[in-house]
Design a protein around this ligand. Structure first.
Ligand SMILES: [Zn+2]
Length: 241
């Protein structure tokens, strides 16, 4: 396929027009700037939420969902939440439509290591932070519907509430493989065997007690995938309060 336009993506990010939105470049990898966005009103104590997209470059629904989230009006959420957003963790993969980065490695398996530029930037960005909830947007080429991975300590599973909301815009993929740890239809437990190798499992180890991966089917139109991701986010925030 043609190259995806990361310059256009960053221009849209940088043109976000909200007094509560701050966009920073945290580093440059292979000539592509990596960004962090904070969205908060700065008033009082809020639940701290991390949103991530684009760690797999061939899953554009993540970055698209982040943009759609940032371009809508979130004023009602800022009374209760503040957000740290990693819009596109793997820009090279985004441009070239590859799961891996330029060095042909899957970033989402390498959080236990150091010296991988994109991973080091994420770690630096989240270092020392505690999040009440983290969500990472993905796509699955083989899935027939949406499904979630969730991990939590001392809270409760919110996945089943979220899939009930997503069902309004598309089906849930309730299939579970023999190595999966199902909690409910379309809700799988983040496997403790992943250690701290993936972004979400790393976050669960070091920065959060409640994390989620949202997987949308690539066969759906992009608009429907982004709607599913934002429905998952909104339903999760609703469940957290
Ligand atoms: Zn993925």
């Amino acid at each position: 396929m043609d190259r995806r336009d990361y310059t256009r993506f960053t221009k849209r990010l940088e043109s976000l027009n909200s007094p509560h939105t701050r966009i920073e470049t945290v580093g440059v990898v292979d000539d592509y700037p990596c960004h962090r966005v904070s969205l908060e009103d700065g008033l009082g104590v809020k639940k701290n939420i991390l949103i991530a997209g684009g760690i797999h470059g061939d899953e554009p629904a993540g970055p698209a969902s982040v943009l759609r989230f940032l371009e809508r009006d979130n004023a009602h959420l800022l009374q209760r939440f503040k957000f740290l957003i990693l819009p596109c963790i793997n820009p090279y993969g985004y441009v070239h439509n590859t799961r891996e980065n330029k060095r042909d490695v899957d970033l989402n398996r390498l959080f236990g290591e150091t010296g991988i530029a994109e991973v080091d930037l994420v770690k630096k960005t989240i270092e020392g932070q505690r999040f009440d909830f983290c969500i990472d947007f993905h796509e699955d080429w083989e899935a027939e519907g949406v499904y979630l991975y969730e991990a939590q300590r001392n809270k409760r599973w919110i996945g089943p509430e979220i899939t009930r909301q997503i069902e309004k815009i598309g089906r849930i993929d309730g299939e579970a493989g023999e190595n999966d740890l199902p909690i409910a239809d379309g809700v799988l437990q983040v496997d403790p065997a992943w250690g701290d190798a993936g972004l979400v499992s790393y976050l669960f180890h070091f920065n959060a007690d409640h994390v989620m991966i949202c997987e949308t089917p690539t066969s759906w139109p992009l608009d429907q995938r982004t709607a599913a991701h934002l429905t998952a986010l909104d339903a999760a925030l609703e469940a957290l309060t």
